[in-house]
Design a protein around this ligand. Structure first.
Ligand code: NOJ
Length: 744
């Protein structure tokens, strides 16, 4: 069905838009900004909208660029930098801006601080597996404290893109496939980065990116187009962005992709109408790197100037690195292709950020040499990193309760080069993280068992994961002196991140073969996985008894893994995205539609495959612990509710195992019949609770009126009367249910 955008805009505007933290400043601030704008030339205004990447190094070319940019700062034609850090340099550039430029407007320094600055935390996908927003917020807080100590004002994080395609390398930077979990993580990270007071001096401006649907890149190929119904866009891909707005995020970044034929950097509907008008976001949206220039390649702009006009009018306030606004748009302003109003609006958004950070009062407040030295990689920061890391670990299989291993074990052989690799744990986007700061898995195991013999075999060569020629013999030789083998498999860090997509997400190289070799020794075997995306693990999942998903856990990786292996920490992570059996099942996600022919075993003409089951290897929300929990069916407080009512649902949980531990109690909802086909279930609440062995507790969830709503064919956001099934359980498949009815 073709939907008229004007109708949609009208409908959307009917929904009240909240007033958010990004709105205007106090009178004094607005007056200062108005006054500045009234004095600025068009070139100075466009300069505030330019962001360029700093050129590091001392090559003649870098030196020339540095000179040019300093000159532009002096001329007032460059308002912010990407990639400048360190107190010495940021201070020097700031000095030029506030002492040598005509209007003395301070600079902004931006950087990708994604999962830590120097103290590197688990990659964001791993952190999401903790299902612990408080901890994830602490991780962002530490990152902000460290990065601001290095002179940085603004991070290009959190990435809140939903992705249903693990081939996409950037799935590692987000929170997985679910809008509810993604929204919880978005909120936690925004609050962690920005703190309670953005002028505190140790808080970073956060940036919700990439707006929007970037995670829906066709075929999992980064930068590719996104084509989807508006119901899916609004219902699945947009909620974490809306959550970021509600959490007070100060900035947004546009996505490289087009959405339904309109590139996001020219998307007036989604930026101006939805983000600003409907959601009430009055902060700033920055382009992605050279994305304004790329509008020409998308085929919707004939010249760089046209590209700039389209972008600025669509609500892209800062042009990162294309340098089209500053270089090409002055005449477009003169001939009114970009109105003075649009231009001034964008400039005001930039100046407001500078004001909010307190830079007009004290432009040097982020540049303190003492702080730079003291605040980096402290013991406290490492401790937070270890806490987050161990909560991010997901126990996938633990046959015969082999784990936790006893600390009295005398002989362990660790196999796999990733175990001793201090690069992979840093993952993609590692800020100032250093390899020498990393506790490797091997080191963590050695520290945990100082009295034991810990052997090590690299077994394969990185990055190809090619098995070493004599590996069979060497493994065989180590058998008599080994009580347990710990085999580390996975990916290198470079296999995820920007542009690092894989057409096959099976374990690369000869790793499945290596697992077989170890299995055949007959010795107890623990497989640890280190990777940045969901993997297709059918081969090992079938035959190997113990598998632990450890992801890339940052500088404290080895300690965190050892905490789990030897029982100092009871694993409690849950998958934030579905793990398929084979790559060919993608897209596979838990909140799919039922279809008219849902798969069943004994009927051929159903929606399934000939060569592989239709079910995932490990479902969304799945993860074991050392204990076991009994989770009751959900009990709604009423059987019938009215539209607009909340409903409280109780679930009784008992720790029936031997160990104290945490469980993530999950609540899903299914709208049984409605006018747009419903997903088979949708996560609407979760609660991570700690129970001692034998302890039980009743927990209450509140289902909000919004949880019952969806976008109908005219994009009305509404609920319809009828029956709902509620499910409770420890993952998205192992569930108990009850029902309630919504009447008007
Ligand atoms: C391109 C990436 O898409 C974006 O996420 C990042 O913030 C910018 N480069 C700046 O590094």
């Amino acid at each position: 069905m073709k939907i008229n955008h004007k109708v949609i805009v009208f409908l959307l505007l009917l929904i009240s838009s909240a007033i958010h933290a990004q709105t205007k400043l106090n009178q004094q601030g607005e007056a200062l900004i108005d006054n500045l704008i009234s004095q600025m030339t068009v070139n100075e205004k466009l300069g505030q909208l330019a962001q360029m990447r700093w050129s590091w190094g001392d090559s003649p070319q870098a030196a020339a660029t540095q000179k040019l940019y300093k000159e532009r700062v002096k001329q007032g034609t460059l308002g912010s930098f990407l990639g400048v850090h360190g107190v010495a340099l940021t201070c020097e550039l700031q000095r030029i801006a506030v002492e040598e430029s005509r209007l003395k407007i301070p600079l902004l320094f931006a950087q990708d601080v994604i999962h830590g600055w120097r103290t590197i935390f688990p990659v964001p996908l791993a952190e999401a597996a903790s299902w612990n927003p408080d901890l994830v917020g602490q991780s962002a807080r530490v990152a902000a404290v460290e990065a601001t100590s290095a002179g940085i004002h603004w991070t290009f994080a959190p990435m809140v893109d939903i992705s249903r395609d693990p081939r996409w390398g950037r799935i590692t930077e987000g929170s997985g496939e679910d809008p509810f979990l993604g929204s919880a993580m978005a909120t936690a990270r925004v609050k962690g980065f920005q703190g309670d007071d953005i002028s505190a001096g140790n808080t970073l401006l956060a940036c919700a990116k990439h707006f929007c649907a970037y995670g829906a890149a066709e075929g999992g190929r980064d930068y590719n187009i996104a084509d989807m119904s508006l119901q899916t866009l609004f219902g699945i891909y947009l909620p974490p962005f809306k959550a970021a707005v509600d959490a007070g995020v100060e900035t947004f970044m546009g996505a490289f992709n087009e959405v339904n034929g309109v590139p996001m950097h020219a998307n007036d509907f989604l930026i101006n109408k939805v983000l600003h008008q409907q959601w009430g976001f009055s902060g700033l949206l920055i382009s992605d790197f050279t994305a304004v220039m790329e509008l020409q390649r998308h085929g919707i702009a004939a010249t760089p100037e046209d590209a700039g006009v389209l972008a600025l009018n669509a609500g892209v306030d800062i042009d990162m690195e294309s340098d089209i606004y500053a270089g090409e748009l002055a005449s477009a302003v003169t001939d009114n292709r970009v109105s003075e109003k649009v231009l001034n609006n964008a400039v005001a958004r930039v100046l407001r950020l500078k004001y909010k950070l307190g830079l007009f009062d004290d432009p040097y407040r982020y540049h303190n040499l003492e702080r730079e030295k003291e605040n980096i990689l402290t013991n406290e920061h490492r401790q937070v990193a270890r806490n987050v890391a161990r909560e991010s670990i997901v126990l996938l299989k633990n046959d015969n309760h082999l784990l936790p291993l006893s600390k009295t074990i005398k002989n362990i052989t660790v196999v796999g080069a990733l175990a001793a690799d201090n690069d992979a744990p840093l993952g993609a986007w590692r800020g100032q993280g250093r390899k020498e700061d990393v506790i490797t898995v091997l080191q963590g195991i050695k520290e945990a068992l100082p009295g034991a013999r810990i052997g090590y075999e690299a077994a394969y060569d990185l990055p190809e994961f090619k098995n070493q020629d004599d590996i069979k013999d060497r493994i065989q030789k180590s058998v008599p002196e080994t009580d347990v083998f710990i085999l580390v498999l996975g990916e290198t860090a470079r296999m995820t991140g920007e542009a690092s997509n894989r057409s096959s997400i099976e374990l690369p190289g000869e790793q499945n073969k290596l697992a077989q070799i170890l299995k055949r020794t007959g010795k107890p075997l623990v497989i640890l996985l280190m990777n940045g995306r969901p993997l297709a693990l059918s081969q090992i999942a079938h035959e190997m008894p113990v598998i632990v998903e450890c992801w890339f856990l940052g500088v404290e990786m080895g300690h965190a893994v050892a905490d789990v292996l030897f029982g100092d920490f009871n694993p409690s992570g849950k998958l934030p995205a579905t793990f398929p059996r084979v790559t060919g099942q993608i897209p596979i996600y838990y909140n799919h539609k039922n279809t008219g022919r849902p798969p069943v075993e004994d009927d051929f003409f159903r929606s399934k495959y000939l060569d592989v089951p239709w079910t995932p290897q490990f479902p969304f929300g799945y993860g074991l612990g050392y204990s076991s929990f009994d989770i009751s069916a959900p009990v709604p407080e009423k059987q019938v509710i009215h539209s607009g009512d909340k409903i409280v649902v109780s679930v009784h949980v008992k720790n029936t195992g031997k160990y104290d531990g945490q469980e993530v109690v999950q609540l899903y909802l299914r709208d049984e019949v409605r006018s747009i086909t419903p997903p088979v279930k949708q996560l609407v609440a979760f609660n991570k609770i700690f129970l001692k062995s034998g302890e039980s507790r009743s927990i209450q969830f509140v289902i909000q009126p919004d949880n019952l709503k969806f976008y109908d064919s005219n994009l009305n956001y509404k609920s319809e009367p009828g029956w709902f099934t509620i499910y409770s359980g420890a993952d998205s498949e192992n569930l108990k249910s009850s029902r309630f009815q919504l009447v008007n």
